[in-house]
Design a protein around this ligand. Structure first.
Ligand SMILES: [Zn+2]
Length: 101
């Protein structure tokens, strides 16, 4: 036999978590929208972890990497280093320096 108070508590908990999920989904959608806009504009929505510069996406062959417009730091997303190591490393460095000049 179920207790009406337990059911009420369970209902409130479900409502609370449903609302939290909706809020998290809305925040995530907003972040994705901002990131998509930045990508279209050719800029990243991310700030440099080292300084207050803005990260810009450049391509080394087909691999996109983020470089800071202020300190020239280079930032790699997951898997990008692995892709870069599959290219000729000397050619890769030469192209990187040419793009940052
Ligand atoms: Zn920077």
């Amino acid at each position: 036999m179920s207790n009406p108070l337990d059911e009420r508590r369970q209902g409130l908990e479900n409502e609370y978590f449903h609302r939290k999920n909706q809020e998290a989904i809305a925040k995530l959608r907003e972040k994705m929208r901002v990131a998509a806009q930045a990508k279209e504009a050719g800029t990243s929505s991310m700030k440099c972890p080292r300084c207050d510069g803005t990260l810009k996406e450049i391509f080394i062959e087909t691999v996109p990497i983020d470089t800071c417009d202020k300190c020239a730091g280079v930032w790699l997303d997951s898997g990008e280093m692995e892709k870069l190591t599959q290219t000729d490393i000397a050619r890769w460095f030469r192209r990187l320096w040419n793009k940052m000049e």
